[in-house]
Design a protein around this ligand. Structure first.
Ligand SMILES: [Zn+2]
Ligand SMILES: [Zn+2]
Length: 92
């Protein structure tokens, strides 16, 4: 009964049908290519630099801002994205 390949999939972001030419599968979830963008700033996301929360996509700075709030409204990310936030100390 369940035939693979002929089924239509729904975009996790807009819940409309995704056709193969427009399909982008991320984390076993299907999106339109055009829907793979930050929910907050609408910026296009890269596969290597995004976060999702319950199927909603965010760019890394906004995910950090919205879900890892430190308590103070820090807008320092606006001009300077944090690239190195961990200090690696070699154990030798
Ligand atoms: Zn979509
Ligand atoms: Zn964003």
């Amino acid at each position: 009964m369940a035939s693979y390949g002929g089924t239509t999939q729904k975009c996790k972001a807009c819940e409309k049908t995704v056709y193969l030419v427009d399909e982008l599968t991320v984390d076993n979830k299907v999106y339109h290519r055009a829907c793979f963008r930050c929910h907050h700033c609408k910026g296009t996301l890269k596969l290597s630099n995004y976060s999702s929360f319950e199927g909603v996509l965010y760019c890394q700075p906004h995910f950090d801002q919205l879900f890892k709030m430190t308590g103070s409204l820090d807008k320092s990310f606006e001009g300077a994205p944090k690239t190195a936030r961990s200090y690696e100390v070699p154990h030798n």
